[in-house]
Write a protein that binds this ligand. Structure first.
Ligand SMILES: NC(=O)C1=CN([C@@H]2O[C@H](COP(=O)(O)OP(=O)(O)OC[C@H]3O[C@@H](n4cnc5c(N)ncnc54)[C@H](OP(=O)(O)O)[C@@H]3O)[C@@H](O)[C@H]2O)C=CC1
Ligand SMILES: O=C(O)C1=N[C@H](C(=O)O)C[C@H](O)C1
Length: 259
């Protein structure tokens, strides 16, 4: 199986090269905007300036790049009929819609976090949302990442928030409170709050807190090594091969029953 890697010079992209090879799969090549200057990659890798070119040599493409690439990548992979494993976060509504449209034509695995642990945390968050009434339990999600991260809150924090909202039977956009600062007023009843911290080289930490007047329950996930995302994405690429068009998540890859 030939795996293309979009964003092959990136923090995750470089690990993907190693993990695709470790899984016994072929690295078909990768995309980069720095065709001449890309350094530190294994010799002999095929580098391409566009997804359209990478798609011609790939059976599936793993994509950890930037939200600005998503619309073009959706178009090019749909046109080529190549499966897409998408890890990029910080997508706008229009970019999400492009992913959804692509999934009508090709198989897409889209996850804000490819670690098995976060997939389980999302399930637990949904159950907590179902069990702990919003009138009594305030849900807050705190995330911390490395200083280079460009989007906030993290895709994982938002995905966990979606799970809590699903458990509560509400729409996240209606109850989301992010980035409180200044005279922002008291917490709205039923709000799901988000706080984003940045510093150093933290790989990724997420905490979900449910706090009532009488008790607090917290779920914590810490990624110690970015490789966990690369191994999860390679697992998803293996899984997606030959699947019909559709939008899949990491819970499908892990074979978890629907909630
Ligand atoms: N789902 C998951 O499990 C995870 C998701 N992520 C997400 O994956 C994405 C990439 O993360 P990470 O590898 O840390 O990021 P990096 O910035 O290290 O790598 C992204 C690469 O994408 C390429 N790129 C292409 N187009 C653009 C653009 N318009 N702007 C910026 N870069 C571009 C760059 O390569 P070049 O300059 O060579 O073109 C860059 O090296 C982020 O959205 C991040 O949040 C990260 C970890 C886990
Ligand atoms: O940018 C990162 O590094 C990460 N991004 C993802 C996110 O936004 O949730 C996943 C992980 O936390 C690392």
């Amino acid at each position: 199986m030939r795996i293309g890697i979009a964003g092959i010079t990136g923090r995750v992209g470089r690990l993907l090269v190693e993990e695709v090879q470790a899984a016994g799969l072929e690295v078909a090549g990768g995309t980069t905007r720095q065709l001449e200057q890309a350094s530190g990659l294994p010799a002999g890798l095929k580098l391409f300036a566009t997804m359209a070119e990478l798609a011609t040599v790939s059976d599936a493409v793993i994509d950890f790049t930037h939200a600005d690439t998503v619309v073009a990548h959706a178009r090019d992979l749909s046109a080529a009929g190549v499966a897409w494993v998408l890890g990029t976060t910080g997508l706008s509504d229009a970019q999400q819609a492009a992913v959804q449209d692509a999934a009508g034509l090709i198989a897409v695995v889209h996850a804000a976090n490819f670690s098995p642990g976060v997939t389980l945390v999302r399930r637990l968050a949904l159950m907590m949302g179902q069990a702990l009434p919003a009138e009594s339990y305030d849900a807050e999600i705190v995330e911390m990442h490395h200083r280079q991260k460009v989007d906030a809150p993290s895709g994982t924090a938002l995905a966990i928030g979606e799970s809590v909202a699903q458990g509560r039977g509400v729409v996240l956009a209606d109850v989301r409170e992010s980035g409180r600062d200044g005279h922002c007023g008291a917490r709205s009843p039923g709000a799901i709050g988000f706080a984003a911290l940045r510093g150093g080289q933290i790989v990724g930490e997420h905490e979900v807190l449910f706090t009532s007047a009488d008790e607090q329950i917290t779920l914590t996930h810490r990624a110690f090594d970015r490789r966990i995302f690369a191994t999860g994405a390679v697992r998803a690429a293996r899984w997606v091969a030959g699947r019909p068009a559709g939008l899949y998540g990491m819970e499908d890859v892990l074979g978890l029953p629907p909630l």
